[in-house]
Ligand binder design. Structure first.
Ligand SMILES: Cc1cc2nc3c(=O)[nH]c(=O)nc-3n(C[C@H](O)[C@H](O)[C@H](O)COP(=O)(O)O)c2cc1C
Length: 272
């Protein structure tokens, strides 16, 4: 659901790239996204598996949030009270969901809520065999995003996935689900030697990354970590957030007496 085409992203970004894949009912669209990933030489696909239906996003219901924003009295007042944001929005390139726009009207300028999109466009019957077929059709590094149990982690290994993201979608899907970090240890113990494990969610500081790596994760990922910075200060904000993270990781490793990532171990962690 990105607003830039994979081709454009590939022109600007030379570091490794993961495409987050939503499995749509429209198989032509799924095939087209795989082809676009191949053409733009993306390195990996992460299939999100925790959005079989939209979560109950109460704030979205309250604010009437849609992409793109719908013009309502409330949104007009919000534009008026955030003039710089509104100026940027209206003078910026037109909003589009680049990967979807040639396939479905929801990819054009039709305002739709995320929950409605998930429920109407994604394939709610997606199963393990679909995931395996997608992996084989893609042929490259393949990750399942949204795994939260040992059983599912084992199945990810069985279908030949190269990585899993332990994630509850930033707590935006199933109300009351455990935090990914709390789920990490048992999943690492079960499959940590067979598949790469990424801890996704709640990562804000260098020490959060160091704790996850100490437990056996290979990497961490995040959403709000960069989105808050983006909302507050645009590109500069994201650069600052990334620099802060980098500095924190290096400083905190020094404070912990670790010279390299492989020095991080469970000796660093105590559970209450
Ligand atoms: C505004 C917003 C939009 C998101 N959109 C997607 C999405 O389209 N696909 C997806 O797999 N995850 C999506 N996520 C979830 C993130 O990929 C990630 O799992 C989550 O944000 C991690 O939690 P954190 O925000 O605490 O880092 C979104 C998260 C936020 C906050």
């Amino acid at each position: 659901m990105g607003t830039y085409s994979l081709k454009k992203i590939a022109e600007h970004v030379s570091t490794p790239k993961i495409f987050q894949f939503y499995f749509h009912k429209d198989r032509g669209l799924n095939n087209s996204m795989i082809e676009q990933c191949k053409e733009a030489k993306f390195d990996a696909i992460a299939l999100t598996v925790d959005t079989i239906t939209g979560g109950n996003r109460e704030r979205d219901l309250k604010t009437g949030f849609t992409s793109p924003p719908r013009l309502t009295l409330a949104s007009l007042i919000s534009f008026a009270t955030h003039p710089m944001w509104a100026f940027n929005y209206f003078t910026h390139e037109k909003f589009e969901l680049s990967q979807l726009k040639d396939y479905i009207k929801e990819g054009s300028n039709l305002a739709i809520s995320v929950g409605d999109y998930f429920s109407s466009m994604l394939d709610q019957n997606m199963n393990w065999s679909d995931a395996e077929k997608l992996r084989s059709q893609w042929g490259g590094h393949f990750c399942l995003k949204g795994v939260m149990s040992v059983d599912d982690a084992k199945k990810a290994v069985d279908i030949g996935a190269s990585a899993i993201m332990i994630s509850n979608h930033g707590g935006r899907q199933l109300d009351g689900s455990r935090a990914p970090f709390d789920q990490l240890k048992e999943i690492v113990d079960a499959v940590g030697d067979k598949i790469e494990i990424i801890c996704d969610g709640g990562i804000r500081r260098g020490t959060h990354v160091l704790k996850a790596l100490s437990l056996g994760a290979k990497a961490c990922s995040g959403g709000r970590f960069y989105l808050y910075a983006l909302a507050a200060a645009g590109q500069k904000g994201v650069e600052k957030a990334l620099n802060n993270m980098h500095t924190e990781i290096i400083r905190d490793m020094k404070l912990m007496g670790c010279k390299k990532i492989s020095d991080l171990s469970r000796n660093n962690i105590r559970f209450r």
